[in-house]
Design a protein around this ligand. Structure first.
Ligand SMILES: Cc1cc2nc3c(=O)[nH]c(=O)nc-3n(C[C@H](O)[C@H](O)[C@H](O)COP(=O)(O)O)c2cc1C
Length: 382
């Protein structure tokens, strides 16, 4: 029987265990120009493990694709050395490292796009926030993409993947989740187009397919993953029939032979648990449509992670918040050791404190940094 702690082949790679670092935007690039910082290399190196998979936070594929000041991006040469330091740090520990690639679409602001209006499949106003020098502010009004602009964005995905490959990443993950641009095309609440990219799901999945093909053209299908969030609520995204929409998406992606499908369970919204106590449901209904590895994410603890793998609904489990404060999370889970509480106040920007200063497990008491959240389970509501 498969367990969280036995080996698995994911695309081109043989992994030793199934505890994955979920991508987490932590807003710690050096400004200006989004240069990956030395503390980011420390953070990822600390969370790497022999035969473990690390998925690095969303990196915007162009200046226009950005959503949050301080977030990662990869579209110019000045960023190469910083990213190379991160892949080197993971490889030094015997881990594998994928970079998540993102276009924020309508979740953006003119202050972070270089003055350009945010873009989306269609104009559907919503209450969202972007991060500028003034903090989290309401997003700027967006405009609908002209059909002739779409190949340029697909090319930006390809170029970012090529940069990632050159910087030593083992693969890339397309961010098709959480209401960003690819998700905005997939779901009918945000896609009202009447051209080849809108209407039936076959059309709404066209941009996804083109982006995936661009990444495959660089890495090969067995080094490309895709993240989706069926019924997710981050970014005010919605679909009239999520199960049908995402079952189709899973089938389409299965046909490409990609390395993995990464599924965020709808019980979480972005960085928080929205529906505490809800079971994991999305991975289970997608399982029949996707025969390669499924990574489930969102609100897992040790028991539920072991259970979903043993039940066969998912093959790996990605952890976000718990991994933020437990650099040796795979080891702690395997040996059923206590977890250090995470520190929500340090999620969105800051220094090394409560970011890259969490120690590995220490058998002596009081190893948790001061100020950590008291609650560890899914009922936490900070
Ligand atoms: C601070 C923070 C930043 C996040 N940034 C990203 C991101 O860049 N890309 C992404 O797909 N998900 C992002 N997420 C969502 C996580 O990958 C994950 O799905 C979520 O935290 C739920 O998993 P958990 O319950 O294990 O924390 C972020 C979450 C947190 C807490």
């Amino acid at each position: 029987m498969a367990t969280l702690f036995n080996s698995i082949k994911v695309g081109a790679y043989d992994l030793d265990h199934r505890v994955v670092l979920a991508p987490m935007t932590r807003l710690r690039t050096l400004q200006p120009n989004d240069i990956p910082s030395p503390m980011m290399a420390d953070f990822y190196g600390q969370r790497a493990s022999e035969g473990g998979l690390v998925i690095v936070e969303a990196a915007s594929i162009s200046a226009h694709a950005r959503s949050y000041l301080g977030a990662a991006s990869f579209y110019h040469d000045g960023q190469h050395a910083g990213w190379q330091a991160i892949t080197d740090a993971v490889h030094a520990k015997g881990g594998r490292v994928f970079l998540q690639l993102i276009h924020g679409g309508r979740q953006s602001h003119v202050e972070v796009t270089g003055g350009a209006d945010p873009v989306a499949p269609s104009v559907v106003p919503f209450d969202g926030v972007a991060l500028t020098k003034d903090g989290f502010v309401p997003v700027s009004p967006h405009r609908a993409l002209g059909i002739e602009e779409i190949p340029g964005i697909v090319e930006d995905f390809r170029a970012a993947a090529a940069r990632a490959k050159k910087a030593g990443f083992d693969g890339v993950e397309l961010h098709a989740a959480n209401g960003y641009l690819v998700d905005q095309f997939i779901q009918d609440g945000t896609n009202r187009r009447t051209d080849a990219y809108g209407g039936p799901i076959e059309n709404r999945a066209r941009f996804l397919r083109e982006a995936v093909e661009a990444l495959i053209s660089v890495f090969g299908a067995d080094r490309v993953g895709v993240r989706i969030s069926p019924s997710g609520e981050w970014g005010s995204i919605s679909d009239s029939d999520p199960e049908a929409t995402f079952s189709h998406v899973a089938k389409v992606l299965n046909d490409y032979g990609i390395a993995y499908l990464h599924v965020i369970e709808p019980r979480v919204k972005g960085d928080d648990t929205l529906h505490a106590g809800h079971p994991a449901v999305a991975a289970a209904y997608l399982r029949p449509h996707f025969t390669r590895p499924i990574i489930a994410a969102g609100g897992f603890d040790r028991d539920s992670a072991m259970a979903i793998v043993e039940a066969g609904h998912a093959d790996l489990v990605a952890f976000g918040r718990h991994f933020s404060s437990n650099p040796d999370l795979p080891y702690r889970l395997q040996h059923d050791l206590p977890l250090t509480p995470y520190v929500r106040a340090a999620f969105w920007g800051g220094t090394e404190q409560h970011y890259s200063d969490f120690p590995a497990y220490d058998a002596s008491p009081a190893s948790a940094p001061a100020g950590a959240d008291a609650a560890l389970d899914e009922t936490e509501s900070a």
